[in-house]
Design a protein around this ligand. Structure first.
Ligand code: 4NP
Length: 159
């Protein structure tokens, strides 16, 4: 079982989008039973106010026929470091905040999602910059490349 945690600042835009896009990629490959996929926030704000996935994210997921379940934001906990194999931040600030939560990344589990692509870069926060279509394209590209990387590292999973 490969355990993947997507992390962003609020856990209401980028990381839940990545969670459901990745679940869809894995399902389409018939690999659901090999994966546990979740998402979390670096900040406590949206968990405190029980905020849910942002409506524009749900719209984009619907438009692209990506199944999802609505739920409230949750903050990443230090223990998550031991529960997950891959911890994917969306931008450099997320990585700094994740390292602040976990202490140190001794097992090299923490990456930016787009570090698995030919164009490593941040996924810009649509909460502040508003381009949800661009976010979806980045998230989809990152998830496809991440899945390729995981499958190459776990050859036994490829049917
Ligand atoms: P996300 O976007 O990190 O992609 O979920 C944000 C959503 C909410 C807030 C910040 C970023 N906020 O400050 O509430």
């Amino acid at each position: 079982m490969v355990k993947v945690l997507f992390v962003c600042l609020g856990n209401i835009c980028r990381s839940p989008m990545a969670e459901f896009v990745m679940k869809d990629c894995v399902k389409k490959r018939g690999l659901e039973s090999n994966f546990l996929i979740d998402s979390a926030a670096t900040s406590d704000y949206n968990e405190k106010y029980q905020n849910r996935i942002y409506p524009e994210v749900k719209e984009i997921l619907k438009e692209n026929h990506i199944p999802f379940t609505d739920r409230v934001s949750k903050q990443m906990r230090k223990e998550d470091y031991h529960q997950f194999d891959y911890i994917l931040g969306m931008d450099e600030q997320n990585i700094r905040d994740i390292l602040h939560i976990i202490g140190s990344d001794l097992e090299h589990k923490v990456y930016r999602l787009l570090d698995f692509t030919e164009k490593p870069r941040d996924i810009i926060d649509p909460w502040y910059y508003g381009n949800f279509d661009a976010t979806y394209e980045d998230v989809k590209y990152g998830c496809e490349k991440l899945l390729e990387f995981i499958l190459n590292s776990n050859q036994e999973m490829i049917k």
